[in-house]
Structure formats: C-alpha cells, structure tokens
Design a protein around this ligand. Structure first.
Ligand code: AMP
Ligand code: MG
Length: 472
C-alpha cells in the first residue's frame, strides 16, 4: 500500500499576498515515531510503508496534490503588536475533506526555514513535538475543540536549544490555520481588498450562515466563548494566548508552554516566557475578550460605515464576558453534579474553589472524587471540604442524576505535566513506551483504567515541573 492523501486545496487559490510558496526542507534521516490511525481514517489518508510515511511527514518527499506554502499573519504578542509573524517553521501541505465532510489543513511544523522565519531556524525539537501530540490528542478525547496530531517524525538532525536536542516534525491537522492575526496583518497594512477576500473565505469555510464581517465577529465570539470555559473546566492553561495563537475556528491551537494544573490556584502560570502572568489560568476569559477586540478592530477596517461598525462591534465584544460567565457556570455546575439552574450556584462553586486553593487540592482529583467519597482527602484540612459539602449535599437533593452528571464532567486522567516531561525524557533516550502508554490512557480520560492509577497521581515533590518552555 502507498501513502495517499486526497488533497483538495483552497488556500493555495487565494491571492499571492496571503502566503509564500515554500517547500519543506529535507532532513537527514527521518524516522516515523507516531502515527494517528484514527485521525487518518477520518481524513481519508491511507497508510503506506513506515519509511515512505517518514519521508512524507518529515518533508523529504512532497506528496502528490500538495501545494506547500507558508501562511502570512501578524499578531499581538503579550499585548504588543508585531507587524509580521507568519509560518516561520511550518508549511501547509494542503487540505483534505474528511469522511465527515469537514475540510481540514494538513501542516508540517518544524519543517525548515520560510520567508517568515526571522531569526529562527525553522525547526522544532522532539520535546515540544511530542508535548503537542499528546496534549492536543488528550484535549480531543476530553471533547474540547482542538487541532490534532497526525504524525511525528524524528529528523535524525540536531537542533540547538538549551543544548543540542533531537530534531522532529509534527504533522498538525486543523479546521484551518486562520488566526486573529491573519486578519490583523491585512488591516494593519491597509490591504482592504485582501481583508475582504479573507473575510469571505473565513465565512465560507467556517461560518457559512454568517452574513458579513460583523456576523463573522459574532460567530468567532460564540466559538471562543464556548472554548475557554472548556479549558477552565479541565484546568488547562494555554500559556501563550497571543492573537496569532487564537484560531477563528474556535479550536485550541499552538500548544507551546501549555500545561494542566495539578493543585488548584487561580493565578497558576507555567510558561517560562509569561513573566507577568498575563496568561495565568484565571485571566484566560479576559484575554479571550481582549483578543476578540483585536479581531473587531481588524474587521472594521473593511466596513463602509465605520462609525456604525464601531458601534455594532463594540456591542458584540461587550456581550462576550457575560457569555463566558454563562458557559463557565454551565461547565462548573456540571462539575459539581448540577444540571438545574438555581440562584446561589455561583456562590457554591466559588466557595469550593476558594477552599481548594487554600488547601492545595488537586483540581482533577477533587472534582473526580465528588462522585465517590474521598474528595475530603484532597484537602490539607479535610474539614474545609466537609463544611462546604453540607450545603452541596442539600443542593444535590434537587437533582435527578447527579452521579451521571459528575461522571460525564470530570475526567480521571489529564496529561499531567510531570508525566509529559517524563515521557519526553524517555523518548529522547529512544524509549517510546511512556509515549504509547500515555496516549492510550488519555484516549479514554473518563474511564477508570485498572493499570493506570499512577497516571492519576499529582507529582511527588521531586517531580513537580515549575515552568514549561516554548522550544523555539
Ligand atoms: P509560536 O510561539 O509557535 O506561536 O510562534 C510565534 C512566531 O515565531 C511564529 O511566527 C512562528 O512561526 C515563529 N517561530 C517560532 N519558532 C520558530 C523557529 N524555530 N524558527 C522560525 N520561526 C519560529
Ligand atoms: Mg503561534
């Protein structure tokens, strides 16, 4: 059998200002280390010999039908506008329309320099590639919109980071790679015809029912306002919510120094480059609103009636905080077993979270244990849980099937940061057993798995990872 990818490309048909045609740069000794059969089936990608697949997913061989290109975008990085970013270490091979009728991008990340590389080497090392592979697939299994991982290859080359590291390429799949920053670059440069073309393209691809730029803004708002509370509900911290890392589709994108919280604290930050805590766990909803405001500013540039557009866009953006709060409340109600909406639910949830923060309670294990009888053991002072639980148990009597609600809302397994680090360290030494095991367990995060209790445990003192690095 030969590897076959049924490309059907649309981005490559857009004006030349949108991208630079760029073939991936071949690597010395590609070796396929991971391939996602389930996703391949959805995409209609048929597998070939391992070595052929390694050649393709390393970029050594451009498959038939691919039209490789690097996409242009800009964006606000930590609040400061950078007028030109773009795919500096990635190429879009092309798009496929899956068995589910959905069009998706197939992109190589770590595939060499492009016209947008700036000072970068265009490469990625194995650590961030495997981190993105495992975490994005775990997010998918948790039911959270996300880009996905189709393949990972080692390149047989050395990449210089904190030291010499093994190079790797990730094959990433996304409903598109359109970002807030894709709109910003044309708006900032006054390329209004291109901005209009991009807006039409985004609407046709993602929100065909949307009627014009302001309707697109509404649709993106709704998608982001649904997404961020889902992150919050599993303790996920994206780490770098720059506008170039904010996808129009509403998928989680660009897993860099991201992590899941172990013990709960609202101010948790992992990213070593986020020194001010801009992208801390509890700031994420506010940042999503800020990012949407940047999209609004960009979209407005194409409107004939600017004053009217500013008014409408302001209204759209201003509605987002309430929407985030409503979705957050729905997610966290479910996490404590509630479906009915009652006054006082917010206070009940907030009170639990406050006590969890004061008692170093593990986020995932505490919520999971609400369905059993060991939640109090998660608290340094179990009495702090008991006094909360009195009100909670009274509230539960007005619910039909809280046990089922709790079970469906609270996973047993998340990709804990120390396990991800241990997995990377093993892979660097050529041992992929932890990668395979972590992937298998995280594919069923809501099922207790008899032989995987160790993957539920928070880090022991010596295992705690305090910062995660970009790998750029
Ligand atoms: P990221 O941190 O992955 O969101 O990347 C931010 C910007 O830096 C994007 O334009 C990337 O393409 C670019 N970039 C990151 N790492 C590299 C690299 N090693 N070589 C070239 N460009 C890079
Ligand atoms: Mg990025």
């Amino acid at each position: 059998m030969t590897l076959m990818i049924p490309f059907d490309n649309s981005y490559a048909r857009l004006p030349g200002a949108f991208f630079a045609r760029q073939a991936p740069e071949p690597v010395r000794a590609p070796r396929l280390v991971a391939f996602n059969d389930d996703l391949a089936r959805v995409l209609g990608v048929s597998c070939g010999e391992a070595q052929d697949m390694a050649e393709v997913f390393a970029g050594n061989q451009v498959p038939q039908g691919a039209e490789p290109l690097a996409q242009l975008y800009s964006g606000h990085q930590f609040g400061t506008y950078n007028p030109q970013l773009g795919d500096g270490r990635a190429v879009l091979l092309g798009e496929v329309i899956g068995a589910d009728g959905v069009r998706r991008d197939i992109q190589l990340k770590g595939s060499g320099r492009t016209p947008f590389s700036r000072q970068g080497d265009g490469r990625a090392w194995l650590g961030p590639v495997l981190r993105e592979y495992v975490v994005s697939e775990a997010m998918h299994a948790l039911g959270i919109p996300t880009t996905r991982a189709l393949a990972a290859v080692e390149t047989g080359e050395v990449v210089l980071r904190e030291g010499p590291m093994p190079g790797a390429v990730l094959t990433r799949v996304a409903q598109s790679h359109l970002r807030v920053g894709t709109f910003q670059v044309f708006a900032a440069r006054g390329q209004i015809a291109d901005l209009r073309r991009l807006t039409e393209y985004a609407i046709a691809r993602h929100y065909p029912e949307a009627n014009g730029p302001m309707d697109l803004l509404r649709a993106v708002r709704d998608a982001q306002a649904a997404l961020i509370p889902q992150w919050m509900a599993v303790g996920f911290i994206h780490g770098v919510m720059n506008t170039d890392n904010c996808a129009i589709s509403g998928e989680t994108i660009d897993y860099g120094p991201c992590a899941f919280m172990d013990s709960y604290h609202p101010n948790t930050v992992y990213s070593s480059i986020d020194r001010m805590g801009r992208y801390a766990y509890s700031n994420q909803p506010e940042i999503a609103v800020w990012n949407l405001a940047q999209l609004a500013t960009a979209l407005i540039q194409q409107m004939e009636d600017k004053e009217g557009a500013v008014e409408e866009a302001t209204e759209i953006v201003h509605a987002m905080p309430d929407q985030l709060q409503r979705n957050w409340l729905m997610r966290f109600r479910a996490k404590i077993g509630l479906v009915r909406e009652e006054e006082g639910d917010v206070e009940l949830i907030s009170d639990l979270l406050t006590r969890m923060a004061q008692n170093q309670a593990d986020f995932t294990n505490t919520f999971r244990a609400l369905g059993g009888d060991a939640a109090r053991d998660q608290f340094t002072d179990p009495g702090a849980f008991d006094t909360w639980a009195e009100g909670w148990l009274a509230r539960l009597t007005r619910e039909d099937d809280p046990a089922a609600t709790l079970r469906a809302a609270n996973p047993a397994y998340i990709p804990r940061n120390h396990r991800v680090e241990q997995m990377i360290q093993a892979a660097v030494k050529g041992d992929y057993a932890p990668f395979d095991r972590l992937s298998a367990v995280l594919a069923r995060p809501f099922d207790d798995q008899a032989d995987a209790n160790d993957l539920k445990r928070p880090p022991a003192q010596g295992e705690v990872v305090h910062a995660t690095f970009c790998g750029t």
